[in-house]
Write a protein that binds this ligand. Structure first.
Ligand code: MN
Ligand code: MN
Length: 367
């Protein structure tokens, strides 16, 4: 079971690795579940013990069907899960143990409960970067799933573009997109779908509302779907009516920044270099202050994962990595423009995971 992690545990002298983040548990075991406030934990034991998955009792059946080569134990709602986990460990190995946890995920409250109920040393190591590194390079099977997720995002744009007309609201367009996706069996979006019209998009992550589409404005679509545990994430722009010369100019600038950054992707370049390519195009045109976020982020089993494609990052891009390229310009009170695709890095470049054309999608006004 996960030899890479067991080797790391050996090297670091760790007895127990406690994994609490459901996304990481899904990645490592194939068991995908949202436990809400209940306790879901993967307990990896060094050579001295046998690793096990710990779930709410109501999920034991599904868990046992999803994982192989791993014991599955559970707890009822009225039981103390931490005491049970502690006992399961103590029956295998005696005395206080050196643990690794996900310091970026496990809450302080849960760590205190572990300390009160389980055999744990004061010296606790962090597992976060180990799993981040493991998830960084995607296998061909993972990339195939991400391509499927991308195809459904492309379909979502098609539905969204076709839904634009005077008087329809941002929220109604989202409802249409997600209804059509569910009919095709896509039950989960990567994140809350964004449809933002006109000035609503001048905050990069604005909140869709009952604001109705009117003639002669941009409509931003930022969305993604989950396919077999893997996420897509893409942004496209439509224009309802006829853009002004100024609006078209700003759109073309974002598109140029996006395309030039894509062209520069290959193994060996630094993440900060990619950001600088897009940012310098936007800055030299005088809009640098209106591009107020990083160029991109890693994606895979979760929609935002390591690495961050940001200014000054010396992180080296490698073949098999997947991340977004999403420059934007946001003019307060006027409009916001972002163009986003996720890519996977090939031996000498990259391939995009979404294929909806990036020319501004102009929709004639419907009477
Ligand atoms: Mn993104
Ligand atoms: Mn996005």
């Amino acid at each position: 079971m996960n030899q890479q992690i067991l080797n790391w545990m050996d090297t670091m002298g760790i007895d127990v690795c406690f994994i609490n983040n459901p996304a990481n548990i899904a990645y490592l075991t194939g068991f995908s579940s949202d436990p809400h406030e209940r306790v879901l934990g993967l307990v990896l034991m060094s050579g001295k013990g046998k690793s096990f998955l710990f779930t709410p009792a109501m999920e034991i059946g599904q868990a046992r069907r999803s994982v192989s080569g791993l014991d599955v134990f559970g707890y009822l709602d009225h039981e103390n899960p931490w005491e049970k986990i502690g006992n399961l460990i103590s029956t295998q190995i005696s005395g206080s143990q050196k643990w690794a946890i996900e310091k970026n995920y496990l809450t302080v409250e849960r760590l205190e409960l572990i300390k009160n109920n389980c055999p744990i040393d004061d010296d606790i190591l962090d597992f976060t970067s180990v799993i981040q590194e493991m998830m960084l390079i995607k296998s061909p099977e993972e990339i195939t799933k991400m391509k499927h997720a991308g195809l459904f995002a492309d379909y979502a744009f098609e539905v969204g573009f076709n839904s634009i007309e005077s008087g329809v609201s941002e929220q109604e367009i989202i409802a249409k997109i997600e209804y059509e996706l569910k009919k095709k069996g896509v039950m989960e979006m990567s994140f809350s779908t964004l449809v933002l019209a006109g000035e609503s998009a001048s905050d990069p992550h604005g909140t869709p509302s009952d604001r109705k589409i009117v003639p002669n404005e941009f409509v931003l679509f930022d969305l993604g779907t989950v396919y077999d545990g893997y996420a897509s994430d893409a942004t496209r722009m439509a224009y309802y009516g006829t853009p002004t010369a100024e609006q078209q100019k700003v759109y073309d600038l974002v598109l140029k920044a996006h395309m030039e950054a894509l062209k520069a992707i290959k193994p060996g370049v630094e993440a900060g270099f990619l950001d600088s390519i897009a940012r310098s195009i936007i800055t030299e045109a005088g809009y640098g202050a209106y591009f107020n976020h990083r160029l991109g982020h890693g994606i895979g089993a979760t929609v935002h994962e390591y690495p961050s494609i940001m200014q000054n990052s010396q992180f080296i891009i490698q073949e098999g990595m997947c991340f977004s390229i999403e420059p934007g310009i946001y003019l307060p009170g006027e409009f916001g423009i972002r163009i986003e695709d996720c890519v996977y890095v090939t031996a000498n470049g990259c391939e995009v995971l979404t294929h909806t054309p990036k020319q501004l999608h102009v929709i004639p006004i419907k009477e």
